[in-house]
Design a binder for this molecule. Sequence first.
Ligand code: NAD
Length: 320
Amino acid sequence: MAARPILTTSLSTFSRRAYSSKADKNVAFLGLGNMGGFMAANLVKKGFNVTGYDPSKETLTAAEKNGIKRANSIAAAVESANAVVSILPSNKVVLDAYLGKDGVIKHAQKGALLIDSSTVDPNVPKEIFPIAIENGVGFIDAPVSGGVMGAQNATLAFMSGGRKGDFDRSLPLLQAMGAKQFHCGDVGAGQVAKLANNMLMGITGMATAECMNMGIKMGLDPKVLLDVLNNSSARSWSTEVYCPVPGLVPTAPSSRNYDGGFKNELMVKDLELASGMALGIRSPIPLGAVATQLYRIVQSRGYGQKDFSYVYQLLKEEKK
Ligand code: NAD
């Protein structure tokens, strides 16, 4: 899918404004996995009526325990919903779910608002948007940052692309699931922001692993080295919150055997999406390209399910 630049008509806005119109109470939720399960549960907690669909029966059963009404198809989930939220694994799954013959657009109520929070190629929402409008429904892309913890604690950051009116209308839902909501521009702009964020996160993660490994191998006390970095010009989210060296930041995935974080395979997926986007506009991404290769090596060695900070273990293993 060749990337095209996004024409933005509005500057990034950070909005905490209260929503004054009547909220969309009946919500269909598609994709109740690691992220969606918690996000849908938070909508229920905030008083929305949520009907969920996921092809995994076990996932649906788990969601029912959180007050989500079970639907056995996309059509059944969306037919009486004012709003649809989805968070799905890939470009293809999102395109099929929205544009397929049994998909969202075919079965959604006229006037419904569709919100896709999956991380996908920016051309995916751009393909869906005009078809949604033609069929009398609104559509925004609203990918998220903050991981599974953010989904669980309703502290996600949403980066949205779409018409300002649709973004404003989405706010009661986004505020029920997250702490920050950005309107980044026209449809697809949320995905551009998300891919830029994740590419930078991948690069700083890799760089932190590399420098911590070097310093520790030179004999520095890991705690002292991390303290220096966190109080110097190299400080970043990776050093402060997500240190790849086990035992230094108790809440980081590295301190729980690299489980329960942002899977390496999802990092590879996002870096490949970012690479495709950059290629389409001939934007040089030398560091993004190296990061893509390095995380791919981690995956090919069988650690795709581990948090992406596992890259530290790979670097540590290399012998002199
Ligand atoms: P996941 O694999 O845990 O969940 C995806 C769910 O979608 C699964 O339960 C799957 O059965 C379901 N699904 C597949 N096809 C479907 C369909 N046609 N209709 C409805 N449901 C369907 O993945 P996840 O970690 O929840 O990630 C989902 C998306 O969120 C991805 O695009 C990912 O890049 C993005 N994301 C993930 C994180 C994270 O930390 N996990 C953070 C930010 C963004």
